[in-house]
Design a protein around this ligand. Structure first.
Ligand code: NAP
Length: 323
Protein backbone atom coordinates (compact mmCIF):
# COMPACT_ATOMS: atom_id res chain seq x y z
CA UNK A 1 0.00 0.00 0.00
CA UNK A 2 1.01 3.63 -0.37
CA UNK A 3 1.92 5.75 2.67
CA UNK A 4 3.40 9.21 3.20
CA UNK A 5 6.39 8.87 5.49
CA UNK A 6 9.42 10.70 6.80
CA UNK A 7 12.62 9.26 8.17
CA UNK A 8 14.30 12.45 9.38
CA UNK A 9 12.88 15.75 10.55
CA UNK A 10 12.77 18.80 8.31
CA UNK A 11 10.58 20.78 5.90
CA UNK A 12 7.65 19.37 3.92
CA UNK A 13 10.05 17.94 1.34
CA UNK A 14 11.19 15.22 3.77
CA UNK A 15 7.80 13.58 3.11
CA UNK A 16 7.79 10.84 0.50
CA UNK A 17 5.10 8.60 -0.90
CA UNK A 18 6.40 5.05 -0.43
CA UNK A 19 5.19 1.49 -0.87
CA UNK A 20 4.97 -0.34 2.44
CA UNK A 21 3.40 -3.58 3.63
CA UNK A 22 -0.26 -3.34 4.60
CA UNK A 23 -0.41 -3.57 8.41
CA UNK A 24 -2.27 -6.32 10.27
CA UNK A 25 -4.60 -5.33 13.09
CA UNK A 26 -3.26 -6.36 16.51
CA UNK A 27 -5.50 -7.29 19.44
CA UNK A 28 -8.00 -4.48 20.06
CA UNK A 29 -7.39 -2.89 16.64
CA UNK A 30 -9.22 -2.70 13.33
CA UNK A 31 -7.73 -2.19 9.89
CA UNK A 32 -9.27 0.85 8.19
CA UNK A 33 -9.15 1.58 4.47
CA UNK A 34 -8.62 5.33 4.49
CA UNK A 35 -11.12 7.31 2.40
CA UNK A 36 -10.13 10.71 3.76
CA UNK A 37 -7.60 12.13 6.20
CA UNK A 38 -7.01 15.73 7.21
CA UNK A 39 -3.90 17.75 7.86
CA UNK A 40 -3.27 19.43 11.21
CA UNK A 41 -0.50 21.76 12.40
CA UNK A 42 0.69 19.01 14.77
CA UNK A 43 1.56 16.83 11.76
CA UNK A 44 3.86 19.55 10.42
CA UNK A 45 5.36 20.29 13.85
CA UNK A 46 6.16 16.61 14.51
CA UNK A 47 7.62 16.25 11.01
CA UNK A 48 9.76 19.36 11.47
CA UNK A 49 11.20 17.97 14.71
CA UNK A 50 11.46 14.39 13.41
CA UNK A 51 9.84 13.43 16.68
CA UNK A 52 8.63 10.01 17.76
CA UNK A 53 8.85 6.64 16.05
CA UNK A 54 10.43 6.51 12.60
CA UNK A 55 9.91 5.97 9.80
CA UNK A 56 6.70 7.72 10.69
CA UNK A 57 3.61 7.80 8.51
CA UNK A 58 2.27 11.32 8.94
CA UNK A 59 -1.37 12.15 9.69
CA UNK A 60 -3.45 12.31 12.85
CA UNK A 61 -7.00 11.61 11.79
CA UNK A 62 -8.95 9.68 9.18
CA UNK A 63 -12.30 8.35 8.08
CA UNK A 64 -12.76 5.12 6.19
CA UNK A 65 -14.10 1.58 6.12
CA UNK A 66 -13.14 -1.33 8.38
CA UNK A 67 -11.54 -4.09 6.26
CA UNK A 68 -10.25 -6.42 9.01
CA UNK A 69 -10.85 -6.83 12.72
CA UNK A 70 -8.26 -7.97 15.27
CA UNK A 71 -8.90 -10.20 18.26
CA UNK A 72 -10.60 -8.73 21.33
CA UNK A 73 -12.53 -6.18 19.28
CA UNK A 74 -16.18 -5.74 20.16
CA UNK A 75 -18.66 -3.59 18.30
CA UNK A 76 -16.91 -3.26 14.93
CA UNK A 77 -17.25 -5.41 11.82
CA UNK A 78 -15.80 -5.47 8.33
CA UNK A 79 -17.65 -2.88 6.24
CA UNK A 80 -18.31 -0.43 9.09
CA UNK A 81 -17.79 3.26 8.33
CA UNK A 82 -15.58 4.79 11.05
CA UNK A 83 -13.55 7.88 11.92
CA UNK A 84 -10.61 8.26 14.26
CA UNK A 85 -7.90 10.53 15.61
CA UNK A 86 -4.78 10.26 17.77
CA UNK A 87 -2.66 8.49 15.15
CA UNK A 88 0.07 11.17 15.40
CA UNK A 89 0.98 10.23 18.96
CA UNK A 90 3.93 8.27 20.29
CA UNK A 91 1.78 5.16 20.36
CA UNK A 92 2.24 4.75 16.61
CA UNK A 93 4.64 4.73 13.71
CA UNK A 94 1.65 4.39 11.39
CA UNK A 95 -0.42 7.52 10.74
CA UNK A 96 -3.43 8.33 8.62
CA UNK A 97 -1.77 9.45 5.35
CA UNK A 98 -1.81 5.90 3.99
CA UNK A 99 -4.19 3.68 2.06
CA UNK A 100 -4.74 1.58 5.20
CA UNK A 101 -4.14 2.18 8.90
CA UNK A 102 -4.56 0.03 11.99
CA UNK A 103 -6.54 1.84 14.67
CA UNK A 104 -7.18 0.81 18.29
CA UNK A 105 -10.88 0.98 19.08
CA UNK A 106 -10.44 3.59 21.84
CA UNK A 107 -9.53 6.12 19.11
CA UNK A 108 -12.46 5.26 16.88
CA UNK A 109 -16.20 5.82 16.49
CA UNK A 110 -18.80 4.78 13.93
CA UNK A 111 -19.24 7.41 11.22
CA UNK A 112 -22.97 7.97 10.74
CA UNK A 113 -24.27 7.09 7.27
CA UNK A 114 -25.24 10.67 6.46
CA UNK A 115 -21.77 12.06 7.21
CA UNK A 116 -19.24 12.11 4.37
CA UNK A 117 -15.80 10.59 4.91
CA UNK A 118 -14.23 14.00 4.23
CA UNK A 119 -16.28 15.57 7.03
CA UNK A 120 -15.41 12.78 9.47
CA UNK A 121 -11.70 13.12 8.78
CA UNK A 122 -11.85 16.91 8.94
CA UNK A 123 -13.63 17.08 12.28
CA UNK A 124 -11.77 14.38 14.19
CA UNK A 125 -8.69 16.01 15.78
CA UNK A 126 -10.05 19.55 15.89
CA UNK A 127 -13.43 18.40 17.16
CA UNK A 128 -11.94 16.37 20.00
CA UNK A 129 -9.72 19.35 20.84
CA UNK A 130 -12.63 21.80 20.92
CA UNK A 131 -14.70 19.35 22.98
CA UNK A 132 -11.88 18.71 25.45
CA UNK A 133 -11.25 22.44 25.83
CA UNK A 134 -14.82 23.71 26.06
CA UNK A 135 -16.59 20.79 27.74
CA UNK A 136 -13.96 19.05 29.87
CA UNK A 137 -11.67 21.94 30.82
CA UNK A 138 -13.94 24.98 30.75
CA UNK A 139 -17.20 23.27 31.68
CA UNK A 140 -18.97 25.56 29.21
CA UNK A 141 -22.51 26.26 30.34
CA UNK A 142 -25.57 27.42 28.41
CA UNK A 143 -25.90 31.17 28.61
CA UNK A 144 -22.18 31.77 29.05
CA UNK A 145 -20.01 33.70 26.61
CA UNK A 146 -17.07 32.04 24.85
CA UNK A 147 -14.28 33.96 23.13
CA UNK A 148 -12.71 31.88 20.34
CA UNK A 149 -9.53 33.22 18.76
CA UNK A 150 -9.21 32.39 15.05
CA UNK A 151 -12.81 31.44 14.32
CA UNK A 152 -12.05 30.33 10.74
CA UNK A 153 -9.24 27.92 11.71
CA UNK A 154 -9.50 24.17 12.14
CA UNK A 155 -10.07 24.19 15.89
CA UNK A 156 -11.67 27.65 15.92
CA UNK A 157 -14.48 26.99 13.47
CA UNK A 158 -15.54 23.80 15.26
CA UNK A 159 -15.25 25.53 18.64
CA UNK A 160 -17.60 28.28 17.43
CA UNK A 161 -20.17 25.71 16.27
CA UNK A 162 -19.82 23.61 19.40
CA UNK A 163 -20.15 26.57 21.75
CA UNK A 164 -23.28 27.61 19.86
CA UNK A 165 -24.89 24.16 20.00
CA UNK A 166 -24.07 23.93 23.71
CA UNK A 167 -26.14 27.06 24.27
CA UNK A 168 -23.30 29.49 24.83
CA UNK A 169 -22.73 32.76 22.97
CA UNK A 170 -19.63 32.47 20.78
CA UNK A 171 -17.65 35.62 20.10
CA UNK A 172 -14.84 34.95 17.64
CA UNK A 173 -11.93 36.75 16.04
CA UNK A 174 -11.04 36.37 12.36
CA UNK A 175 -9.91 38.42 9.40
CA UNK A 176 -12.72 40.35 7.71
CA UNK A 177 -12.95 37.91 4.76
CA UNK A 178 -14.18 35.17 7.13
CA UNK A 179 -16.72 37.14 9.14
CA UNK A 180 -19.71 35.91 7.19
CA UNK A 181 -18.54 32.27 7.39
CA UNK A 182 -17.88 32.45 11.13
CA UNK A 183 -21.27 34.05 11.76
CA UNK A 184 -22.93 31.28 9.73
CA UNK A 185 -21.19 28.75 11.97
CA UNK A 186 -22.85 30.32 15.00
CA UNK A 187 -20.78 33.24 16.23
CA UNK A 188 -22.86 36.10 17.54
CA UNK A 189 -20.05 38.59 16.98
CA UNK A 190 -16.90 38.33 14.89
CA UNK A 191 -14.08 40.81 15.43
CA UNK A 192 -11.14 41.48 13.15
CA UNK A 193 -8.06 40.40 15.08
CA UNK A 194 -5.96 43.04 13.32
CA UNK A 195 -7.85 45.97 14.84
CA UNK A 196 -5.92 48.12 17.31
CA UNK A 197 -8.73 48.27 19.83
CA UNK A 198 -9.37 44.51 19.98
CA UNK A 199 -9.34 44.39 23.79
CA UNK A 200 -12.00 47.11 24.05
CA UNK A 201 -14.04 45.52 21.25
CA UNK A 202 -14.06 42.14 23.03
CA UNK A 203 -15.04 43.87 26.27
CA UNK A 204 -17.92 45.51 24.50
CA UNK A 205 -19.04 42.29 22.81
CA UNK A 206 -18.82 40.03 25.86
CA UNK A 207 -19.10 42.14 29.01
CA UNK A 208 -16.59 39.60 30.36
CA UNK A 209 -15.88 36.30 28.60
CA UNK A 210 -16.70 33.26 30.74
CA UNK A 211 -14.60 30.96 28.58
CA UNK A 212 -11.66 31.74 26.31
CA UNK A 213 -10.05 29.33 23.85
CA UNK A 214 -6.57 30.54 22.94
CA UNK A 215 -4.06 28.96 20.55
CA UNK A 216 -1.77 32.02 20.41
CA UNK A 217 -1.03 32.78 24.07
CA UNK A 218 2.22 34.63 23.31
CA UNK A 219 0.04 37.20 21.52
CA UNK A 220 -3.21 37.03 23.48
CA UNK A 221 -2.63 35.87 27.08
CA UNK A 222 -2.60 39.46 28.30
CA UNK A 223 -5.80 40.28 26.37
CA UNK A 224 -7.41 37.07 27.65
CA UNK A 225 -6.85 38.14 31.24
CA UNK A 226 -8.18 41.64 30.53
CA UNK A 227 -11.39 40.46 28.86
CA UNK A 228 -12.18 37.41 31.01
CA UNK A 229 -15.09 37.46 33.43
CA UNK A 230 -14.44 36.94 37.13
CA UNK A 231 -13.98 33.20 37.67
CA UNK A 232 -13.54 32.70 33.92
CA UNK A 233 -11.75 29.78 32.25
CA UNK A 234 -8.88 30.42 29.85
CA UNK A 235 -7.95 27.25 27.97
CA UNK A 236 -4.62 27.39 26.15
CA UNK A 237 -3.98 24.78 23.48
CA UNK A 238 -0.68 25.90 21.94
CA UNK A 239 2.37 28.07 22.52
CA UNK A 240 5.86 27.32 23.69
CA UNK A 241 6.25 30.01 26.37
CA UNK A 242 3.14 31.22 28.08
CA UNK A 243 3.56 34.26 30.32
CA UNK A 244 0.93 36.33 32.12
CA UNK A 245 2.29 39.89 32.33
CA UNK A 246 -0.91 40.87 34.11
CA UNK A 247 -0.94 37.96 36.58
CA UNK A 248 -2.18 40.28 39.32
CA UNK A 249 -5.33 40.95 37.29
CA UNK A 250 -5.73 37.22 36.65
CA UNK A 251 -5.43 36.60 40.39
CA UNK A 252 -7.91 39.30 41.27
CA UNK A 253 -10.40 37.72 38.84
CA UNK A 254 -9.65 34.21 40.14
CA UNK A 255 -9.20 32.93 36.59
CA UNK A 256 -8.68 29.28 35.81
CA UNK A 257 -5.86 29.15 33.28
CA UNK A 258 -5.63 25.66 31.85
CA UNK A 259 -3.13 24.21 29.42
CA UNK A 260 -4.06 21.12 27.46
CA UNK A 261 -3.09 18.69 24.72
CA UNK A 262 -5.74 16.48 23.15
CA UNK A 263 -2.93 14.00 22.35
CA UNK A 264 -3.00 12.99 26.01
CA UNK A 265 -6.41 11.40 25.42
CA UNK A 266 -4.73 8.93 23.07
CA UNK A 267 -1.81 8.16 25.35
CA UNK A 268 -3.02 8.36 28.97
CA UNK A 269 -5.43 5.61 29.92
CA UNK A 270 -6.66 7.56 32.94
CA UNK A 271 -8.04 10.42 30.81
CA UNK A 272 -11.34 10.31 28.90
CA UNK A 273 -11.19 8.21 25.71
CA UNK A 274 -11.39 9.73 22.23
CA UNK A 275 -14.00 7.31 20.85
CA UNK A 276 -16.99 8.54 22.89
CA UNK A 277 -16.19 12.19 22.03
CA UNK A 278 -16.05 11.31 18.34
CA UNK A 279 -19.37 9.53 18.70
CA UNK A 280 -20.99 12.74 20.04
CA UNK A 281 -19.41 14.80 17.26
CA UNK A 282 -20.70 12.30 14.69
CA UNK A 283 -24.24 12.70 16.08
CA UNK A 284 -23.96 16.49 15.88
CA UNK A 285 -22.78 16.29 12.25
CA UNK A 286 -25.44 13.74 11.32
CA UNK A 287 -28.20 15.95 12.66
CA UNK A 288 -26.72 19.09 11.07
CA UNK A 289 -26.22 20.73 14.46
CA UNK A 290 -22.47 21.06 13.80
CA UNK A 291 -20.81 21.95 10.51
CA UNK A 292 -17.27 21.26 9.40
CA UNK A 293 -15.88 23.41 6.59
CA UNK A 294 -13.51 21.95 4.03
CA UNK A 295 -11.31 24.53 2.36
CA UNK A 296 -9.98 22.10 -0.25
CA UNK A 297 -8.88 18.54 -0.92
CA UNK A 298 -5.40 17.29 -1.83
CA UNK A 299 -4.21 13.82 -2.84
CA UNK A 300 -1.68 11.70 -0.94
CA UNK A 301 0.83 12.56 -3.68
CA UNK A 302 0.44 16.20 -2.62
CA UNK A 303 0.90 15.59 1.10
CA UNK A 304 3.81 18.07 1.20
CA UNK A 305 1.54 20.75 -0.28
CA UNK A 306 -1.02 20.08 2.47
CA UNK A 307 1.67 20.17 5.19
CA UNK A 308 3.03 23.47 3.87
CA UNK A 309 -0.43 25.00 3.52
CA UNK A 310 -1.56 24.20 7.07
CA UNK A 311 1.39 26.16 8.46
CA UNK A 312 1.68 28.97 5.93
CA UNK A 313 -1.74 29.64 4.44
CA UNK A 314 -4.96 31.08 5.79
CA UNK A 315 -7.57 28.33 5.62
CA UNK A 316 -11.35 28.30 5.84
CA UNK A 317 -11.76 25.29 8.12
CA UNK A 318 -9.74 22.25 7.06
CA UNK A 319 -7.67 20.77 4.24
CA UNK A 320 -8.57 17.15 3.55
CA UNK A 321 -6.32 14.54 1.93
CA UNK A 322 -7.71 11.65 -0.12
CA UNK A 323 -5.94 8.50 -1.42
N1 NAP B 1 -3.23 21.32 22.43
C1 NAP B 1 -4.00 20.67 21.57
O1 NAP B 1 -4.61 19.66 21.91
C2 NAP B 1 -4.13 21.18 20.16
C3 NAP B 1 -5.04 20.57 19.30
C4 NAP B 1 -5.23 21.10 18.04
C5 NAP B 1 -4.46 22.20 17.63
N2 NAP B 1 -3.55 22.70 18.48
C6 NAP B 1 -2.73 23.86 18.07
O2 NAP B 1 -3.59 24.97 17.96
C7 NAP B 1 -3.15 25.80 16.90
C8 NAP B 1 -4.30 26.02 15.92
O3 NAP B 1 -4.62 24.79 15.28
P1 NAP B 1 -5.62 24.78 14.06
O4 NAP B 1 -5.73 23.39 13.57
O5 NAP B 1 -6.85 25.49 14.41
O6 NAP B 1 -4.80 25.67 13.01
P2 NAP B 1 -5.30 26.49 11.74
O7 NAP B 1 -6.39 25.75 11.06
O8 NAP B 1 -4.09 26.86 10.98
O9 NAP B 1 -5.98 27.82 12.35
C9 NAP B 1 -5.21 28.84 12.87
C10 NAP B 1 -6.11 30.02 13.15
O10 NAP B 1 -5.35 31.02 13.82
C11 NAP B 1 -5.63 32.26 13.19
N3 NAP B 1 -4.57 33.23 13.39
C12 NAP B 1 -3.35 33.31 12.81
N4 NAP B 1 -2.70 34.39 13.26
C13 NAP B 1 -3.53 35.01 14.13
C14 NAP B 1 -3.42 36.17 14.94
N5 NAP B 1 -2.33 36.92 14.96
N6 NAP B 1 -4.46 36.50 15.72
C15 NAP B 1 -5.59 35.75 15.74
N7 NAP B 1 -5.75 34.64 15.00
C16 NAP B 1 -4.72 34.28 14.21
C17 NAP B 1 -5.79 31.87 11.74
O11 NAP B 1 -6.34 32.94 11.04
P3 NAP B 1 -5.82 33.33 9.55
O12 NAP B 1 -6.55 32.40 8.65
O13 NAP B 1 -6.24 34.75 9.42
O14 NAP B 1 -4.34 33.14 9.51
C18 NAP B 1 -6.68 30.67 11.91
O15 NAP B 1 -7.99 31.07 12.15
C19 NAP B 1 -1.93 25.13 16.30
O16 NAP B 1 -0.78 25.66 16.91
C20 NAP B 1 -2.10 23.70 16.71
O17 NAP B 1 -0.89 22.98 16.76
C21 NAP B 1 -3.37 22.23 19.74
Amino acid sequence: MKAVQYQNGGGPDVLSLVDVARPEPADGEVLVEMRAASVNPVDAKLRERGAGQRPKTTGSDLAGVVTAVGDEVAGYEVGDRVFATGLHTDRFSGGSFAEFATVPTDLLAPLPDGVRFEAGAAVALVGVTAWRALVHHAGLEPGSTALIHGGNGGVGHIAVGLADVLGATPVATARAEYHEMVRELGAETVLDYTRDDLTEAVHEATAGADVILDHLPETYAELDVEVAAVGGDVVIIAGESVALPNAAVARSKELNVQLMSMSNLATHATLPAIGPILERLGRLLETNRLEVRIDRTETLENAAVAHRAVMEESIAGKIVVVP
